[in-house]
Each structure stands twice: as C-alpha cells, then as structure tokens.
Design a protein around this ligand. Structure first.
Ligand code: SF4
Ligand code: FES
Length: 262
C-alpha cells in the first residue's frame, strides 16, 4: 500500500506530493500510516492529531478527496472502496493531482482553509465563524429550584447537533464555503440551531434571527456534503432547512394572511 501525501512548507514555491510505502496490517488507519511514514522515511512530515479515538476532531484531512478523520479511516476499507460517502460534486480546481486508486491512498489538507505545513491547516477562519454565532448556552426564564428538566424527545433532538467535534470536515466539503468567505458555514449554523431548539434557553426566535441574512441560513445551496462527510452524523443541512422554514412561517405570521413570507 502506498501513501501519497501532500507536502508544503512556508517558502516553497509550490506544493509537491511524496509517496511512502506502508506495511499493510489489519485495521491500520491513515493516522497510523502517517506515523509510519514519519518514523520510517521523513520525520519532518507534519500532521495534527490528539485523541486517536475520533473524539477531538483534530485529525480531519482530505483522504482520497473526501474529508475524513485520519484516526478513524482504515486503509483496508479505502482500498476496498467501501468507505466513500456519497458525495455530490464540489469544485476543487487547485486539487488536480492524479492518484492510482487501487494502489495509493491520497492524503491532502482540508480544503477551504489555508495550509500551514503539509497536512496542517490554519483553523482560525473556521473558529472565527463558529464564534460568530455566540455558541454559549444562555438559560432563560427564572432559575429553577433544582435542574432544568427536558423531555426525552427534546434531548434526542438536541443530541443530533451536540455531538459535533469541530473537526471542520463539513466546512471543507461545503462548496458554498469555497466561494463565499462570509458564509457562516455548516458547523456554526448547526450549533446555532442547537441553541435555538434548546428548551432551556427560551429565547423564542432571537437565535434564529441572528443568521437571518444572505450569508447565514440563506446562503446554503443544499449540496448536503456537510451531512454526508460528518464523522458524527450531525445534519447541518437539516438544521438549516428547519431554520429557514421557521423563519418563513414567522414572516408569514408577521405579514398576516396573504402576506409574502418569502
Ligand atoms: S458538524 Fe460534523 S463535520 Fe462539521 S465540524 Fe461538527 S463533527 Fe465535524
Ligand atoms: S485524533 Fe482526535 S479525532 Fe482523530
């Protein structure tokens, strides 16, 4: 098995690709293969990781042109072609490197974020947009005597969004992000929706309205790449769809019967 890896360091005129032979082993992950390449061939190979258990979100990278967690992606599954999420086309004009899909695994940094070195990207833009939705729990109403109770249904609905590990795979896979640097982005919008539906906040439509802008809820084109690449099955596209519908309903109510709620 060969690992074909994107290489870039500040000062290089243009990136290059290096190919490393990796010992096959059952269950070996792309992250383990990167460690092997680093220790056997080139200790300057740079990549990011922390938990090695699909929890911290730091090892997201483009693997065979799909954003995935390196620590959770097995080489064997890639060569068998059984772990490709269905993925609608998105335009990556700068990524044209060909690779032998039978023999090689192609590893590149996440798109839509600047490369610092090799597979390490600068996450500032991702977190700037994430922070723009003020992702902080703000309990509303009077303080209860004990805990703030939720129904099991409300918890289940909330948990669809709380499992996000901020890996930025959705951010990388989103074609709208690629062309609109002002777009709030799928992870941040999913988080905003998570707080909107939290029954303990009781803020009415206030949260929804913060992204009621052309670059917020309304910028999404529903390519649905975000949901399909998310390693935690968060559905940002569903959150965006629900938010838009709620806003339309609100506008209809405000303009009265016969009003144009578009
Ligand atoms: S929504 Fe999914 S893909 Fe996007 S940052 Fe969160 S965990 Fe990663
Ligand atoms: S190393 Fe933490 S998610 Fe992969």
């Amino acid at each position: 098995m060969m690992l074909k890896v994107f290489r870039f360091s500040p000062g290089m005129e243009k990136p290059r690709y290096d190919t490393f032979a990796i010992e096959p082993a059952p269950g070996k992950t792309v992250l383990a293969a990167l460690f092997e390449a680093q220790s056997r061939y080139d200790d300057s190979l740079a990549f990011r990781y922390s938990c090695r258990g699909a929890v911290c979100g730091t090892c997201a990278m483009l693997i065979n042109r799909v954003p995935r967690l390196a620590c959770r992606t097995r080489l064997g599954a890639l060569s068998a072609g059984d772990s490709d999420p269905p993925h609608s086309h998105y335009d990556l004009p700068h990524l044209t490197e060909p690779w032998d899909k039978k023999e090689e695994v192609l590893v590149e940094p996440l798109p839509n974020l600047p490369v610092i070195k090799d597979l390490i990207v600068d996450m500032d833009e991702f977190f700037t947009r994430y922070r723009s939705v003020e992702p902080v729990f703000r309990p509303g109403g009077p303080d209860p005597e004990k805990e703030r109770l939720m129904t099991p249904e409300a918890v289940r609905e909330l948990e669809r969004y709380t499992t996000c590990i901020l890996c930025a795979a959705c951010f990388a896979a989103c074609p709208v992000n690629g062309k609109n640097p002002r777009y709030t982005g799928p992870a941040a919008l999913a988080k905003l929706y998570r707080f909107h539906i939290d029954p303990r906040e009781q803020q009415g439509p206030a949260r929804l309205r913060t992204a009621d802008t052309p670059d917020g809820w309304w910028a999404c084109e529903f390519h649905t790449n975000c949901r399909r690449v998310c390693p935690k099955d968060v559905p940002p596209d569903k959150a965006i769809g629900h938010a838009r519908q709620e806003l339309k309903d609100l506008k209809k109510k405000e303009t009265g019967p016969g009003g144009d709620g578009a």
